[in-house]
Design a protein around this ligand. Sequence first.
Ligand SMILES: O=C1O[C@H](COP(=O)(O)O)[C@@H](O)[C@H](O)[C@H]1O
Length: 226
Amino acid sequence: MIDMQQTPKVRIGQALAEAVADALRTDLAQQERALLIVSGGSTPVPFFEALSQVDLPWERVDVTLADERWVPETDSDSNTGLLKRHFLQNKAAKANFVPLTTQHATAAEGVAELTAVSQKLSWPASVVILGMGDDGHTASLFPDSPQLEEGLTTDAPLLAVTAPSMKTKSRITFSRKQLKNARRHFIHLSGAAKREMFTKAFGGDDIREYPIRSFMDTPVALYWAP
Ligand SMILES: O=C1O[C@H](COP(=O)(O)O)[C@@H](O)[C@H](O)[C@H]1O
């Protein structure tokens, strides 16, 4: 239930949590397991906290990330660390979390193992939630990345990438094609800078300029909070 006393970011987080929970319930009524793919970064915290409290057969839900920074879970930049602190708690503690990191030193070395793991999940995903950076990146598909073309075109599910403009440059990401392999897509944004970028991105067609554009040919529900 949306709490009208809360800030817009919390209310949008609650609304998105309700929509995602409904989607998972619908799919779990027809299949044994459901796959939920979430993004990291800073935006999803209120959504994670709301979803963690929802009643669901979480033991039948596999959760993984759209992308991960290649750092230990204890690093403040780790998306896995973020999920563990804000989402995989309360009722959602029973979900099966599939991390996008391995013991390998680099993402390039870990990608084969993670590809094998990811292929055992219940595709198509029930839900993919995408974020967007202020530069128009989504997942770890960055406009200035040498692997952008590969990420936008490959049939491989996962790839190792570098993001020259980011603090954590070494990353792993699901490819555009794999992120599209889902029943429902949501984009979750907050703040004026993201509104401006979203308007710019959705006003043009060059997917290499703003990679979030590569989801404009997909039905997406936008959850934006001022
Ligand atoms: O690096 C990343 O950035 C995007 C956007 O993050 P935000 O902090 O601006 O919300 C995120 O969606 C992605 O998962 C993350 O690894």
